[in-house]
Ligand binder design. Structure first.
Ligand SMILES: *[C@@H]1O[C@H](CO)[C@@H](O)[C@H](O)[C@H]1NC(C)=O
Ligand SMILES: *[C@@H]1O[C@H](CO)[C@@H](O)[C@H](O)[C@H]1NC(C)=O
Length: 347
C-alpha cells in the first residue's frame, strides 16, 4: 500500500518535471472597488514542450450563465486584449517577458461587475496547464454618520446610531468610548458591536466622545459622536418659555379687550365718568410694566430655570405688582389699579 502511494507520488513528480505546470495554487481574492487585483499565474516549461506558447485568460461571471469570455490572449508573440468591453483598458500582463514563465495579470480600477472566476490557461504543446482565481469585488464602508436619536437627558432613553452610506456586507461595528479616559458604561458593553446602542435611563456617566468603526473584509471607516447627558432642567426652561409666551399673549389680549371696552365706555359716559377715566388710565400702564419686568427677570434667570423656580414665578409677580403700585401711588392714591381693573372687567 505504502509502496503504491510512493509510486504514484513519484509518477506525479516525474510528470511535473516532464511537462508544463502552473506553480501558483488556485485562490480567492477579495478587493475593494477601484483597487487593482493582481492575479498570479506562474508556470514552468519542460524541454519536451516544443509548440508555440499560448496564454489565455478567461472570465466566467458569477451571476449569468454566460460562456467563459476571453479577456486577454498571448499568441504568436503578440498580446491581444480587446475582447471583453467591460474590461477594456483595465487588464494587463504584469511581466514584459511572458516566456520567462510569468503569465500574471493585473485588473485595474476594479468594478463590482468584475466579480467572477478568472482562469489562466497556458499551452505549449504537448504541455497544457490552467488555474483558477476567484475574484470578489467589494465596496469599502464609507460615509458613516453617527448621531443620537432621542433627547440626551438624565433619566431618558435614547439611541446612539452608526450608519454607513455604503459598504458591502457583512459589516462589522465597533463602538468605543474615547474621552475622559472613561470606559464604556457597563450596561452598553453588550452592544459595542451593534450598529445601534440603546441607552436606558441615562446618567451623566454616559457623556463623552464615542467612536464607531465600521469594517468589512476590504476596508473600514470611522465616525465620532459627542454625547452630553444633561439634566432635564433645560427642557423645563423651554416649557417655561412656552408658558411665559402664552401668559404674555393672554395679558396682551386682556389689554386689548380692556382698552376697547374702555373706549366704548368713554363714548357712552363721556361727561359723567370724567374722574373715573382718570382712574382708568393707570391700570393698563401698570399691567404693561408688570409684564415687561417679568420678561426681564425671566430672561436673566432662564439658564437656571427649574420647576421650583417656575413655582416661584407666580409669587414674584404677585410681589412685584404691589411694589409698583406703591411707586405709582402718588398718581392714583384712591384705588389700587389692579382692583380697579378687575372691577371694570366684571362690569
Ligand atoms: C500590479 O498590481 C500590483 C498590486 O496592485 C502592483 O504592486 C504592481 O505594481 C502592478 N504591476 C503592474 C505591472 O502594473
Ligand atoms: C433610573 O436611574 C435612577 C438612578 O440611577 C434610579 O433611581 C431610577 O430608579 C431609575 N429608573 C428606572 C425607570 O430604571
Amino acid at each position: 500500500m505504502g509502496l503504491l502511494l510512493l509510486f504514484l507520488l513519484l509518477c506525479g513528480v516525474a510528470d511535473f518535471a516532464r511537462s508544463l505546470s502552473i506553480t501558483t495554487p488556485d485562490q480567492m481574492i477579495e478587493k475593494a472597488k477601484g483597487e487593482t487585483a493582481y492575479m498570479p499565474c506562474k508556470f514552468t516549461l519542460s524541454p519536451e514542450d516544443h509548440g508555440p506558447l499560448d496564454i489565455e485568460w478567461l472570465l466566467s461571471p458569477p451571476d449569468n450563465q454566460q460562456v467563459d469570455q476571453v479577456i486577454i490572449l498571448y499568441s504568436g508573440d503578440k498580446i491581444y486584449d480587446d475582447y471583453y468591453p467591460d474590461l477594456k483598458g483595465r487588464v494587463h500582463f504584469t511581466s514584459s517577458d511572458l516566456k520567462s514563465g510569468d503569465a500574471s495579470i493585473n485588473v485595474t480600477n476594479l468594478q463590482l461587475s468584475d466579480t467572477g472566476t478568472y482562469q489562466c490557461k497556458v499551452k505549449k504543446a504537448p504541455g497544457v496547464g490552467n488555474k483558477k482565481i476567484q475574484l470578489k469585488v467589494l465596496v469599502k464602508p464609507s460615509g458613516i454618520r453617527c448621531y443620537v436619536d432621542g433627547s440626551e437627558e438624565i433619566g431618558n432613553d435614547f439611541k446612539l446610531k452608526c450608519e454607513p452610506k455604503e459598504g458591502s456586507l457583512p459589516l462589522e461595528y465597533a463602538w468605543q468610548k474615547l474621552s475622559n479616559a472613561q470606559k464604556m458604561p457597563t450596561s452598553l458593553i453588550a452592544e459595542m458591536t451593534s450598529p445601534i446602542i440603546s441607552v436606558k435611563n441615562a446618567t451623566t456617566e454616559y457623556s463623552g466622545t464615542y467612536s464607531c468603526t465600521v469594517s468589512n473584509r476590504v476596508g473600514s471607516d470611522q465616525c465620532l459622536l459627542r454625547l452630553d447627558v444633561v439634566p432635564p432642567s433645560n427642557r423645563a426652561g423651554t416649557i417655561a418659555g412656552a408658558i411665559i409666551g402664552t401668559l404674555l399673549a393672554l395679558v396682551l389680549i386682556g389689554l386689548i379687550i380692556f382698552c376697547c371696552h374702555k373706549k366704548r365706555r368713554e363714548k357712552k359716559y363721556e361727561k359723567e365718568v370724567h374722574h373715573d377715566i382718570r382712574e382708568d388710565v393707570p391700570p393698563p400702564k401698570s399691567r404693561t410694566s408688570t409684564a415687561r419686568s417679568y420678561i426681564g427677570s425671566n430672561h436673566s434667570s432662564l439658564g437656571s430655570m427649574s420647576p421650583s423656580n417656575m413655582e416661584g414665578y407666580s409669587k414674584t409677580q404677585y410681589n412685584q405688582v404691589p411694589s409698583e403700585d406703591f411707586e405709582r401711588a402718588p398718581q392714583s392714591p384712591t384705588l389700587p389699579p389692579t382692583k380697579g381693573s378687575i372691577e371694570r372687567k366684571g362690569a
